[in-house]
Design a binder for this molecule. Structure first.
Ligand SMILES: *Cc1c(COP(=O)(O)O)cnc(C)c1O
Length: 363
């Protein structure tokens, strides 16, 4: 007789779970350290703005009430920010939830999804969870090869995942490359454009995927509050798409998928533009500081447009472990087929300095 576990979804049984950056407290306990810094999860080193903290405090006494399942105020603010209608927005318990919802909506055994080598690993996990085939396309210069991705689309393909910039490589593709790509994608294949790091990209070189949602009915753009908005711990992200796709997503989601505190925090975060500008400026100076430091250490990097830098240290896992012993958490990225590299999130100037000193010792 078949066992209980023989009936479990083959896709889920076969997958390797997501490996998050180590929590600071866990590293302190394990290594008996009192001063640990984390540059491993691309979190904003400034933290949320005072306006966000005030909004969270004010909302705390109301948390016996269920959240607004429609996220009314947040969607109003997002519609205004992006010049879209409220009916085009889906909010999620992090972008992660939206990515797996999209995969569940379009994928099943027998169909496929396409993404780039070294792309954000949640794409692969979402495809596997749905039991579909993953088609991984070789990268060029560590970035997405959009022409090859378009060419890899087969009659069984239902979705393509793109990250711009990509994590963990920080690579960016241009508006011209994107529109050439979209012209090659069949209208019945969904393109998921993940813009988690949009705000960090120099406005001179970036384009806003949301501007293209009107033109392409098969495009959905995702954004997160986990990075520049500094709300990773609250789990909130959103997708903007055609109204028809948003309607499907909103039918399929859990009724209260985004909690009440996250909704008020995100709404407050959108309104504090000065804090966002400060975070972006801090990131730009931290990027220069780290690039100078890596140059001095003679380390090669992958040019990044985001809030992290991926650096060739020879043996990523071993170096990351030695940095842990020094109280510096970074990310080895062997599971991204980049075993020589570590990914370092840009921190405060003092944290960046500490990382550079620790790295010099370890190497
Ligand atoms: C961090 C990140 C996200 C955000 O995920 P959340 O679930 O919103 O925290 C999405 N996409 C990429 C590529 C990321 O690196």
């Amino acid at each position: 007789m078949a066992t209980l576990f023989d009936f479990a979804s083959a896709g889920i049984s076969a997958l390797t779970p997501y490996k998050p950056g180590r929590p600071i407290d866990e590293v302190k306990r394990q290594y008996g350290l009192s001063e640990v810094i984390k540059l491993a999860s691309n979190e904003s080193p400034l933290g949320p703005s005072p306006a966000v903290i005030a909004a969270i405090n004010a909302a705390a006494s109301g948390c016996h009430r269920y959240p607004d399942g429609n996220a009314y105020y947040l969607k109003q603010a997002l519609a205004q920010k992006h010049g879209c209608s409220v009916a085009q927005i889906t909010v999620g318990n992090g972008t992660n939830e939206l990515l797996s919802m999209l995969a569940r909506l379009f994928l099943k055994p027998g169909v496929s999804a396409v993404y780039s080598a070294h792309a954000f690993i949640v794409y692969k996990l979402s495809v596997m969870m749905a039991g579909a085939e993953a088609i991984e396309v070789p990268a060029v210069d560590f970035g997405h090869d959009l022409a090859a991705i378009a060419a890899a689309i087969s009659p069984s393909t239902r979705m393509v995942f793109l990250a711009n910039p990509n994590n963990p490589t920080g690579t960016l593709f241009s508006e011209a490359q994107f529109t050439e790509f979209m012209a090659l994608v069949p209208e019945n294949v969904l393109v998921v454009l993940d813009e988690a790091y949009f705000d960090y990209v120099d406005p001179a070189v970036r384009f806003d995927g949301i501007d293209y949602v009107e033109r392409y009915a098969n495009l959905v753009v995702t954004r997160t509050f986990s990075k520049v908005y500094a709300l990773g711990g609250l789990r909130i992200g959103y997708a903007i798409s055609s109204q028809a796709l948003a309607d499907l997503l909103n039918r399929g989601r859990e009724p209260f998928n985004v909690n009440a505190i996250a909704q008020v925090a995100a709404t407050a975060a959108l309104s504090d533009e000065a804090h966002i500008a400060q975070s972006v400026a801090l990131n730009a100076s931290g990027m220069r500081q780290l690039l100078d430091g890596f140059k001095a250490l003679d380390l090669a990097v992958i040019s990044s447009y985001a809030n992290f830098i991926t650096v060739d240290v020879g043996e990523g896992a071993a170096v990351a472990e030695k940095l842990l012993q020094q109280g510096v958490i970074v990310r080895a990225i062997g599971e991204y087929q980049l075993p020589h590299y570590i990914r370092i999130s840009i921190g405060l100037a003092s944290e960046n300095q500490r990382l550079l000193s620790a790295l010099q010792q370890v190497l």
